[in-house]
Design a protein around this ligand. Sequence first.
Ligand code: PLP
Length: 369
Amino acid sequence: MSAATAAPPTYVWEPTTDFLAAKYHLPRESIVRFDVNTSPIAPDLGAILGGAFDPPLNEYPPSDYAPLVAAAAQAYGARTDEILPTAGADEALDLIARASLREGSVAVVATPTYAMYRIVSEQRGATVIQVPRLGPEDDFRLDLDALAAAARTAQTVWLCEPNNPTGALEPPERIGRLLAMLESQADRDERELPLVVVDEAYAEFSGRTVLPLRRDYSRLVVVRTLSKAHALAGARVGFAVATPETLAPIVQFRPPASVGTVSAALATAALRRPELAAGNVARIADQRTRLQRDLASIGWRPYPSVGNFILIRFNSPAAAAGAAESLLRRGLVPRSFDTGHPLADCLRLTVRSAPENDRLIEAARGIPA
Ligand SMILES: Cc1ncc(COP(=O)(O)O)c(C=O)c1O
């Protein structure tokens, strides 16, 4: 008799637009995704490409993705041998987990945060130690001492900066302090330093990055994406950025050509036009300020955010669930958190375009916090 195998943990999205349109008897076009932290505005491909776009689709992309790597190196202030292109940030997270974790390994996750760190770690058979962030009164800051203590036995430490879903940013100097703490305890224990992964999917919105810290802490891996500020979530392009020595074992797990030719060409062009992403960031920052102000004025409780999303606290998990259902009935899709999640009494809302945010505020007026 074979032992039953537990299903691997998987990522769960909110339902699809078509499903919600059918469930709530709404026109498909009226559904607005406030749940996935993508750009409300499709990228201006004419501006990005600036001319003919004719990627050779009959061929595989160049195995070294040289043009894409060069554009990313320029954008991130790194050398080309420090850049690994991946199919979105999520593929980078998966490859890092594959390279660093196995049955019996330990991974540390600062929670609440993006669910994928726990998922990719557990999929590799690792034990996950969750280290809670400080509370909202302390700006959801990292508990550096608790993280350093947990990291003593860990192979991988996962951090998200700015953090999804709290919207808070740990100042890069404090990440530097954590890295110094890890370094000093590794000397004492004579063991290899843990890999520290800082997922900077939303870095463009905060204008801060820990990228320079890889020079001091060689086991730092920074993950970036074009899905957010560059408005290219559908292209699926991301990067792991680290020293060549740290990247080498991660590269080994990448399937050949996981970033398609069209996506690589689009991403290369987008990275060469940073002013377009900067324009998106500025528009979102304006809307974020306005959304926070308007939601607060009707009695909702938004936390400060440096990302393209806002976390909102309700009086109870039931109130959050009730608000989610009321929004869904109007075709506005929030991100909810499961019962038992530390943020079960919260919703996360993506900052969208002015007219879409108008609809949200209008709907929110009738919904108790
Ligand atoms: C923190 C974080 N990392 C990674 C991702 C996934 O990025 P990508 O679309 O590049 O796979 C997301 C998407 O919401 C995210 O919030």
